[in-house]
Every structure is written in C-alpha cells, then in structure tokens.
Ligand binder design. Structure first.
Ligand code: SAH
Length: 247
C-alpha cells in the first residue's frame, strides 16, 4: 500500500494559527517534511516516533534543490507512510506547493491540500494592518520581490498605479530598489508603508515610514527576511488597530 501526502499550510508563525485540519493531519503523521519558516513548536504535535525531514536547511548556503524535496516526498509516500509536507503560510502562496503536488500526482500518488493562513494577510493582521479597508483599499496585490532567474522583473510601473494595498514577499534583499522603482513610477512619497519582520511570533518587529523613507529606516533597524513589505493607506490604521498578542 502506498501512503498519502498532505500539503499543509502551517500559518504565518504563531503555532496557534495552524488550522484544525492541519493539526489533525500532523497528529497522525508518520513522516513530516518541513521548511525553515515553520515554527518548530508545531513539530511537537506529531507522534514521537514520526520521521522528521528538515528540508529548510541550507548545506553550505545552498538550499535543498526542489527536485530533491520532491523525491523525499515521493519516497516517503512509496514506503506507505502518511506524510505531512508542512509549509510556512499557505502552501500555494509562493511556496512551490503546486510543483510538489504535480510531482506527486505524476507518480500517481495521493495528495491532499490543507490551506493555511498566508503571512501576506495573517502576518499583516498580527501587526494591526488590515489588508483591505472599505475607505482606503478595495483591493490588495501580493507580489514576490524575488523572481526566478531569467524572468522579467516585476512591472513596478504598473503596480505603482494600483490604488490597493501592495504586499511584497521575499523583498528584503531588494527593498531599496523596489521602493525607488515605485517612487520613480509615480507612487506618492508620503504613501504609508511598513515592514513586518517575523510576523505573528514573539519576535515580531515592525517599522513604519512613508514610502520614501522605508528602505532607509528598515535597513537602519537591521530588518531582514522573513519580512513583509506593505505599502498603502491601510498602514496608517495600524496606530489605531495594533493589538498586543494574548499569552
Ligand atoms: N507560503 C508562504 C510564503 C512563502 S515565501 C505564505 O503563505 O506566507 C517566503 C516569504 O514569506 C518570506 O520571505 C516573507 O516575505 C514571507 N513570510 C513568511 N512568513 C513570515 C513571517 N512570519 N513574517 C514575515 N514575513 C513572512
């Protein structure tokens, strides 16, 4: 009998932001294959005799290549195990979850997806920033700051022209370039903006500034990945809405 793989979203960081369905999968897992962004506390929910595969490690600074991760999943399922592939946030938001799903399906293996709370929405909420607000943002746009090599860069010109909230994932190494490109494209210098680092965890930190000062302030504060860059009027609501985490 072959096993089955559940592609589970672990949520943005706070272990309590895992779904009930995800937790149930984890509790009956025989193998867990997890990423760097997954809160290690969640692994304690899996049975003690479960296999753990850490595929978020960077051997000599090189991340484990995707085909190798796919192969680990395939091998575990072929050995008849209940496999939980635990991924940060939602598995289909820039997480290469769909590639893993395809690789498993191509081998005729059973896969199920358990969505998670994406950091793009839940991570902002943890910092008191609503991704939309009736009076100032009627859309939101989630983009990656880091594109596959050889791909066209993001069209910052077009993105600058949208009035909704702009959320940039994986953008920290490019924050200066991204902010400059948006300003060049005509985005107002005083547009409220923020960087939320390690959102929804006890280490969460937020820096907020007008767009024209965001990169400088974030760099001065030593902000780094994982972090969300958010640009739009909704950021100004943070002052009113920010709440402290319950214990
Ligand atoms: N599937 C994930 C995103 C994977 S891409 C999701 O739905 O959230 C990885 C990027 O997500 C990071 O570089 C960062 O931009 C963002 N991210 C994930 N978790 C985060 C967190 N706790 N705090 C801030 N940013 C986070």
């Amino acid at each position: 009998m072959t096993g089955k793989v559940w592609l589970v979203g672990a949520g943005p960081g706070d272990p309590e932001l895992l779904t009930v369905k995800g937790l149930n999968c984890l509790r009956k897992a025989e193998a867990v294959v997890f990423d760097r962004l997954v809160n290690p506390q969640l692994l304690q929910e899996a049975p003690a005799d479960c296999e753990f595969h850490d595929v978020g490690k960077e051997a000599n600074c090189h991340p484990i290549p995707q085909p190798q991760i796919n192969q680990i999943l395939i091998d575990c399922a072929r050995r008849g195990l209940n496999v939980v592939r635990l991924k940060g946030g939602d598995p289909f938001v820039f997480g290469r979850g769909s590639e893993e799903l395809l690789a498993l399906r191509e081998q005729g293996l059973a896969v199920e997806v358990v969505p998670g709370i994406t950091s793009a929405i839940g991570g902002l909420a943890a910092a008191g920033i609503p991704v939309t607000h009736r009076h100032c943002a009627s859309s939101f746009h989630v983009v990656t700051g880091h594109l596959q090599e050889g791909k066209e860069p993001q069209d910052w010109q077009k993105l600058a022209g949208l009035s909704g909230t702009l959320v940039i994932l994986m953008g920290m190494s490019q924050i200066r370039t991204i902010c400059a490109a948006l300003l060049d494209a005509g985005k107002a210098a005083n547009t409220p903006a923020a960087v939320v680092m390690r959102a929804s965890t006890p280490h969460q930190q937020v820096v907020s500034a007008p767009l024209s000062q965001l990169a400088e302030k974030s760099e001065a504060a030593g902000f780094h990945a994982p972090a969300l860059i958010v640009i739009g009027e909704v950021v100004s609501l943070r002052e009113i809405l920010a709440f402290s985490r319950s214990a």
